[in-house]
Design a protein around this ligand. Structure first.
Ligand code: 3HC
Length: 285
């Protein structure tokens, strides 16, 4: 098993920032990479505020909070980010972009470095094929908010070695999270079973059976922590739409997984959810 000491997270969006925070709090040295300085600084401010909030809530010891803040560095250099034991890519859900990132990382990272993708739905085998290290490639799918949610799907590609798998499982364990081992099937386990949760809610809304708030209220009354529209606003309408499209493509247009026009309308009108201040609901600062 590879001893992981230093981790890079590629992409400082919502998921990347959450993974970086969880990793720093678990004692890893963390490099957070993004092409945009602005995105990196916003992510850092958010991570610091969230760690402070964790201290106030009594979830994080003050010393651990300080250590985590010191352990986290930012970079816009992919070559610098590549000098670690484990790289976790959390770029947008666009297969060509992810493959391009892994292709570039391949030429810059040391031979021992394990590559992981936080993809929600794309094939780990297809991403791994952009590199020369398919044995050191694995899926690590976190859930939003990544610093709170306990589950991580660990996805084994056809060529993922036992050593890589053991190292990935040890990393997830060190984060204090629960790993679930998955095969490389479209959307793995959670996003696959979650499709009807979102899909039927969109159909109900599209048929004017009820408004989004009523549908959310009904689902919560059954025990869900969030209704589908609240959850989509949290995840991002763009992310949810991208995952729906990717599952639909991967299943050769199985009508069960067909995206809904409301999803497209929300994305194209910029109502992406919490991150833009407006999705199905409105969010004040
Ligand atoms: N640091 C440490 N702990 C924190 C924290 C912080 N900054 N902020 C909150 N917490 C802890 C709280 O202390 C609390 O812990 P407890 O349960 O032990 O008391 C817990 O997190 C919940 O926090 P809150 O009480 O503030 O918030 P809520 O009770 O309103 O819960 C929520 C918020 C966790 C988002 C909850 O509503 C929830 O679980 N929603 C469902 C989220 C979900 O399903 N996510 C998956 C989406 S799918 C996805 O991401 C896949 C992708 O591929 C698209």
């Amino acid at each position: 098993m590879l001893e992981i000491g230093k981790v890079a997270v590629i992409g400082a969006g919502t998921m990347g920032a959450g993974i970086a925070q969880a990793s720093a709090l678990a004692g890893y040295r963390v490099v957070l990479y993004d092409i945009s300085e602005d995105v990196l600084h916003k992510a850092l401010t958010g991570i610091q505020a969230s760690i402070d909030q964790g201290v106030v809530r009594g979830k994080i010891a003050a010393e651990a909070a300080e250590a985590a803040k010191t352990a986290l560095t930012l970079t816009t250099s992919l070559a610098e980010a590549a000098q670690v034991d484990l790289v976790i890519e959390a770029a947008p859900e666009i297969i060509d972009l992810k493959r391009q990132i892994f292709g570039e990382l391949e030429s810059q990272a040391p031979a021992h470095t394990i590559f992981a993708s936080n993809t929600s739905s794309l094939s780990i085998n297809v991403l791994a094929a952009a590199t020369q290290r398919q044995d050191r490639f694995v899926g690590l799918h976190f859930f939003n908010p990544a610093h709170v949610m306990k589950l991580v799907e660990v996805i084994r590609g056809d060529f993922t070695s036992q050593t890589t798998l053991a190292s990935a499982l040890a990393y997830v364990g060190q984060l204090g999270k629960t790993a679930v081992l998955c095969q490389d099937t479209p959307a793995f386990i959670v996003n696959r079973v979650a499709r009807p949760f979102y899909g039927e809610a969109f159909r109900l809304l599209g048929e004017n059976a009820a408004d989004h708030a009523t549908i959310d209220k009904l689902l919560k009354s059954l025990g869900f922590r969030m209704g589908p529209f609240e959850l989509i606003d949290l995840i991002g309408c763009d992310v949810n739409f991208a995952v729906t499209q990717s599952v639909y493509e991967a299943t050769f247009h199985d009508p069960k997984y067909r995206p809904h026009p409301i999803q497209q309308r929300m994305v194209e009108s910029g109502r992406l959810g919490r991150k833009t201040g407006r999705g199905f609901y409105e969010y004040k600062e």
